[in-house]
Design a protein around this ligand. Structure first.
Ligand SMILES: Nc1ncnc2c1ncn2[C@@H]1O[C@H](COP(=O)(O)OP(=O)(O)OP(=O)(O)O)[C@@H](O)[C@H]1O
Ligand SMILES: [Mg+2]
Ligand SMILES: [Zn+2]
Length: 552
């Protein structure tokens, strides 16, 4: 089966001895030991993600047992038995693909076959790949063999989905969990292979491949193959970017790195890279907004379950999220989206992109009102002087935290209800008009407690109000907000109760409607300013005095 003219890297570099296998030392050390002390089990279950060495380990184990010098922990790889096993043509080693031999008949054949002594070697070894694919009856037949295994037989089952293997089978096997291989280890292996194969490659390019491989060394090797096949000379980052469509994530992480470094010239270099790389700038901005959204989720929830990215990327989102503040990320997203709009009117899309990146880098030189406020409040509390020992009973003026009055209905008292049982509940029923009139206020108050939730809510559309339940609909493109909103359900319920004076429920639905047109930045600024001014009159003064920009 293997091509003679050209052997793909993944096959050529299949580990032939335990020492060749990387990142699975916990498995190889134990197996080696077991062989040395003649304590082998009759059946092994190798589990783990794709391309991490399960089949390779099974073959090494087979060689270790049937090597002419064996059983030995270290097969010679030179005798005819070792060579035949490595080439997949040993008569005593059966590699069965569980996915295509799933049925009872195949397993019955196997049971028959198992009885006969090995032809040349010491053991008959059955390697069943993707064993979880076997049918129920096939598993039952297999179980019978496992219950009374002939001494010359060894089973090695491999699977990427161990939870689908019946417990009765698992309990008769010694189980080894193979690990996902780290980006670092994949990178080092790729580098080693390139050196051995005389493939010139930049480290950074190999890093990109390793990341893209997402834990599977085989995937990493196959990607490298792909790149080698169309690259002349040294493999560089550009080749990877063009060849593997890697651009998205990596470039966007570069952007966030640049934002952290606040280095404007690096920012402009980045724009150059995007422009000269021939990327569609609108698409780039969309991707950047999506990247920032992931960052926001990492930042505000501290978890990654809502992020759609590889485990590796999820980790990176969490790592960098500590370098950003929630409100800043929101502003960055807005800059990205607003820039998209201006692109349409611009003849040279490079300028808006440059402007956007510089704006993003310079983000925190604008005054953040909340910070200013809290400083002022603290200032007020210490009596305007650095007098930290002011007497306890001294009245210190501070901004009053007032509890907002319910705007509409007050809760009816019990007596009132019994007096007039029909009218009350009906009166308390909300209508769409009533909620609509308060919608901005609802969002404003939610925002005050949790800015992201308010912003997400704003992208929903009030659909209907029935039985005191508000239904909010989200388009398919912003439907992912629903999860984030429901995580803060309590906040919204509190606000609704505050405003309507009665328990109001709400639910979010996802429908195929166009995403809500978000207010223009000017309008938004106006409302936000109003909110702030209303809640904190001192803001107005600051804004006037400092000519500050009001941010969320
Ligand atoms: N731990 C490892 N050390 C060295 N090379 C590895 C390792 N894991 C995988 N490889 C490389 O990937 C190729 C495929 O590995 P292997 O067939 O053993 O993976 P697998 O775990 O059986 O994957 P699958 O679940 O897809 O069958 C090997 O030929 C080798 O080139
Ligand atoms: Mg395999
Ligand atoms: Zn040998």
């Amino acid at each position: 089966m293997e091509s003679t003219s050209y052997l793909v890297l993944a096959r050529k570099w299949r580990p032939q001895s335990w020492d060749d296998m990387i990142a699975q030392e916990h498995v190889t050390a134990t197996l080696r030991n077991a062989i040395q002390h003649n304590r082998l089990a009759h059946a092994y279950l190798f589990t783990g993600p794709r391309g991490v060495g399960k089949t390779s380990a099974a073959r090494i184990l087979a060689k270790a047992l049937n090597c002419e010098n064996g059983p030995t922990p270290d097969p010679c790889n030179q005798c005819s038995s070792c060579i035949e096993i490595a080439e997949g043509r040993s008569v005593d080693v059966f590699e069965i693909d569980g996915a295509s031999n799933r049925g009872i008949d195949e397993i019955r054949n196997l049971r028959e076959n198992v009885k006969y002594a090995p032809a040349g070697g010491k053991y008959k070894i059955y390697i069943i790949d993707e064993v979880h694919m076997l049918t129920g009856p096939a598993f039952n037949a297999l179980l019978k063999t496992l219950e009374e295994p002939p001494t010359h037989v060894l089973f090695i089952f491999a699977t990427t989905e161990p939870q689908k293997v019946p417990a009765t089978i698992v309990s008769r096997c010694q189980r080894f969990d193979f690990r996902r291989i780290s980006t670092r280890d994949i990178f080092q292996r790729l580098k080693y292979i390139c050196q051995q194969e005389n493939i010139p490659a930049e480290d950074e390019a190999l890093h990109l491949i390793a990341r893209k491989a997402d834990g599977s060394l085989r995937d990493g090797e196959s990607l490298l193959d792909q790149i080698v096949s169309y690259t002349e000379g040294t493999i560089k980052v550009e080749h990877i970017i063009q060849g593997l469509g890697l651009i998205d994530q990596e470039l966007f992480f570069d952007v966030t790195d640049i934002l952290i470094s606040k280095d404007v010239s690096r920012g402009l270099d980045m724009v150059e890279k995007v422009v000269s790389g021939g990327y569609d700038i609108k698409e780039f901005l969309t991707g950047l907004a999506e990247h920032l959204r992931n960052l926001l989720i990492g930042q505000s929830t501290g978890a990654t379950d809502l992020i759609e990215a590889s485990e590796e990327y999820k980790k990176r989102y969490l790592e960098i999220s500590s370098s950003f503040r929630e409100e800043d990320i929101l502003r960055l997203i807005r800059i990205a989206l607003d820039t998209q709009l201006t692109l349409k009117r611009s003849t040279n899309p490079r300028f808006p992109l440059e402007l956007a990146i510089v704006k993003m880098i310079k983000l925190d030189s604008t005054v953040v009102i909340e910070d200013l406020l809290s400083k002022l409040q603290n200032f007020g509390k210490t009596g305007g002087e650095q007098n930290y020992s002011s007497p306890k009973n001294e009245k210190i003026p501070s901004i009053k935290e007032e509890k907002p009055e319910p705007l509409l209905f007050k809760e009816k008292k019990k007596e009132e209800r019994s007096d007039n049982p029909e009218s009350t509940d009906k009166k308390n029923l909300l209508t769409k008009e009533i909620v609509e009139a308060q919608w901005d206020e609802i969002i404003r108050r939610v925002k005050k407690r949790k800015i992201t939730v308010g912003s997400f809510l704003r992208e929903g559309v009030l659909l209907e109000v029935k039985d005191n339940t508000i239904e909010i609909v989200f388009g398919l493109s912003n439907g992912f907000h629903i999860d984030a909103i429901m995580k803060s359900e309590k906040i919204i319920l509190e606000v609704l109760k505050e405003i309507f004076g009665t328990d109001v429920k709400f639910k979010c639905v996802k429908k195929d409607i166009p995403a809500r047109q978000v207010d223009s930045p000017e309008e938004r600024k106006k409302t936000d300013l109003k909110t702030l001014e209303e809640s904190q009159p001192i803001i107005k003064k600051i804004v006037d005095d400092f000519d500050a920009e009001v941010v969320e």
